[in-house]
Design a binder for this molecule. Structure first.
Ligand SMILES: C[S@@+](CC[C@H](N)C(=O)[O-])C[C@H]1O[C@@H](n2cnc3c(N)ncnc32)[C@H](O)[C@@H]1O
Length: 314
């Protein structure tokens, strides 16, 4: 087990049984006073990606056990309540579906000659570690909160991956009102050249003001750029069978320190993107991704409804 990441269930004691948080009291203090620990929601989705490989039969929709290596939980991690293979299979499937969709977009963009890939709220994204062959064609910019990112940088070094020149880590808190665009450009992003921007599993944790401001900035990307951003649907738009699970996780996410604060209807998100300056916007539903990646499965694994994509192009 990595020194700085204690078993998340310890902090969960007395707070949240099903949806544990990461122990925010462990780890080092980084320059801005934040603890150098990974965001608990980023850990959870990384573990779900690994669980998909370990618990679901092949063919796997997405193969990623690098995040598990980064987290290095103790041997009992699969007994975490949020890792229950049956009870949370819909969430796990939705996470691998969105990861696969984005990675297909990255490959397609690179084939079009797009050389910049920006990941907003990257968490434990491991594209750069799993697909080093893209290092000669892409520059990857990962943006995340300083504490999470500082932890990740250290773990990448400890595991021997390091941080290659084609991977730029940009510490940003979208709620802090700082100049994330300036920081991105200072890290080597060229605003005159097209980019693919991905933002998965983040807008539910941000205020609508922060997401709107981010969209405004992204609408000014160079022509040929694309954005793929997920948003969480209000409960009433979920399949009926999925509603109790979302409702049950809301207080647990709050207790874990990562409350769900923003929900959007597809119409609202499309209007937000248009208002921010995007002319070419499209909605890709989670149900569509389920059809695309899970239709042939015979094991019953199927993404739960609740998260859709905004696709926008400049
Ligand atoms: C559920 S994780 C998703 C991570 C990754 N995009 C994925 O799909 O695996 C949410 C991520 O959003 C980041 N995040 C949440 N609030 C943020 C903020 N105010 N500024 C920057 N990043 C934030 C968290 O640190 C975390 O890495």
């Amino acid at each position: 087990m990595a020194a700085a990441v204690r078993d998340p269930r310890r902090k969960a004691a007395g707070r949240s049984v099903f949806w544990p948080g990461t122990d925010g009291e462990s780890g080092h203090i980084v320059a801005d006073g934040q603890n150098e620990v990974p965001d608990s929601s980023a850990v959870r989705v990384a573990l779900w990606r690994a669980l998909h490989v370990q618990a679901d039969p092949p063919a796997h929709v997405f193969e990623d056990e690098v995040g598990l290596r980064l987290v290095a939980p103790d041997d009992g991690w699969r007994r975490r309540p949020d890792m229950d293979p049956q009870g949370t299979s819909g969430f796990r499937a939705a996470i691998v579906a969105r990861a696969r969709f984005v990675e297909d977009l990255v490959v397609e963009a690179a084939d079009r000659g797009v050389a910049q890939y920006v990941v907003l709220g990257a968490g434990l994204d491991t594209f750069a570690q799993r697909r080093p062959e893209f290092g000669s064609r892409l520059r990857v910019f990962e943006i995340d909160q300083p504490g999470t990112q500082s932890w990740k940088r250290r773990r990448l070094v400890e595991l021997g991956y390091g941080v290659p020149d084609w991977l730029r880590l940009v510490p940003v808190d979208f709620e802090a009102g700082g100049d994330w665009w300036g920081q991105l450009c200072a890290a080597g992003f060229d605003p005159a050249r097209p980019a693919l921007v991905a933002c998965t599993g983040v807008t539910m944790y941000l205020s609508k003001d922060a997401t709107t401001a981010t969209l405004r900035r992204l609408a000014g990307l160079a022509p040929g750029s694309r954005l793929a951003m997920t948003f969480t649907l209000p409960t009433e738009l979920l399949d009926e069978a999925d509603r109790p699970a979302l409702e049950a996780t809301k207080p647990q996410a709050q207790a874990a320190g990562t409350p769900f604060v923003s929900f959007y209807t597809p119409q609202e998100m499309l209007a937000l993107a248009r208002g921010a300056g995007f002319e070419d916007v499209r909605h890709v539903s989670g149900r569509g991704l389920a059809e695309r990646y899970f239709a042939d499965r015979t094991d019953g694994l199927r993404p739960s409804s609740g998260e859709d994509f905004l696709m926008a192009a400049t």
